[in-house]
Design a protein around this ligand. Structure first.
Ligand SMILES: [Zn+2]
Ligand SMILES: [Zn+2]
Length: 318
């Protein structure tokens, strides 16, 4: 059976959401061109310095491999964070990724180096203080902080991450289930700038399915270990349950994830015009970084205080 696009080569990939059968070169080209369209819409092609957050996984490979085709490689700065999780280290993979994609050498940091504690230490500090906070809460918050800190440090005008369509729709559903309106509104196709201290974070893979990034990386010969984080395996999160539900829906009704994303983007844009003026964020009195409306201490600093890893400045006021 021949490819639906070129009509010449043998088709090897069925793309359920378009109902097309594609050959390998046409499939790779299709993914790349959709990333390029999204990147152009987001203005990434006009950025002077792009900090690319790379984990070493398949998504970061696809991200770098497609960005370097239309960005000057000198403007791409890959950045990798080692969280410090026993038995889960993808630093070597990140190095392999840099070699394979032929971009600039990697900037690296770790939780321990930049924050003073590895993720494992934060989690054990939390549990010995009786705090029921999941590792993902620590990890997500501090990763965001480090990415933003380094983006400012190197003078990047945007940060680019490898979140794919599956990640994006999971987050939308989680915010809906939690009733988190402020996050829902901030989470749109274009980031809402709520503080001058935030470097805009853009996601050019947000319309690419996860199965597509996996196949893409495989066809291009990137050998990645797709191991799940040990914390995720130990304690299945709401995200894992939402992921399973979305897989079933997509299987029965191909294209449903794209439709959820498009519908949500429209809702978010409409809500923004009403809410954006109220969304200018205050700064944390400890670290000086932006924090949510109504807070004086940011979530990251609060987590460290509650885990017994940081002294509260409020204690000495009486
Ligand atoms: Zn073809
Ligand atoms: Zn803080």
């Amino acid at each position: 059976m021949n490819c639906d696009l070129c009509g010449e080569r043998e088709a090897q990939v069925l793309q359920p959401h378009t109902n097309r059968k594609l050959c390998v070169p046409c499939f790779l080209e299709d993914v790349k061109s959709r990333i390029r369209i999204e990147a152009t819409r987001l203005g990434i092609d006009r950025s002077k310095k792009v900090l690319v957050a790379v984990s070493g996984g398949k998504d970061s490979f696809v991200l770098l491999d497609s960005l370097r085709e239309f960005l000057d490689p000198d403007n791409i700065i890959p950045f990798n964070i080692e969280e410090g999780i026993e038995g889960y280290n993808r630093k070597d993979q990140a190095d392999q990724l840099i070699q394979l994609t032929n971009v600039k050498s990697l900037i690296k940091t770790s939780f321990r180096e930049s924050l003073g504690y590895a993720l494992d230490q934060m989690v054990s500090g939390a549990s010995s203080s009786g705090l029921k906070t999941s590792a993902c809460t620590f990890c997500g918050g501090f990763r965001r902080k480090l990415i933003n800190d380094f983006a400012r440090k190197v003078g990047a005008d945007v940060v680019v991450t490898g979140h794919n369509l599956d990640d994006e729709v999971q987050t939308i559903i989680i915010n809906l289930l939690r009733g988190d309106l402020e996050r829902l509104v901030r989470f749109g196709s274009v980031p809402l700038i709520v503080s001058s201290k935030f470097v805009p974070r853009l996601k050019p893979l947000r319309r690419i399915y996860e199965w597509e990034t996996t196949l893409y990386a495989n066809f291009r010969g990137y050998s990645f270990q797709d191991v799940e984080c040990p914390y995720m395996l130990r304690r299945p999160t709401l995200r894992a349950r939402v992921r399973e539900l979305l897989y079933q829906m997509e299987f029965k009704s191909p294209g449903v994830l794209l439709r959820i994303l498009d519908t949500f983007d429209q809702i978010s844009m409409n809500m923004r015009s009403k809410l954006s003026s109220a969304l200018s964020l205050p700064n944390c009195i400890i670290c000086g970084e932006p924090t949510s409306t109504g807070r004086t201490i940011c979530k990251n600093c609060e987590l460290l205080i509650k885990s017994g890893l940081l002294d509260s400045p409020l204690k000495s006021t009486y």
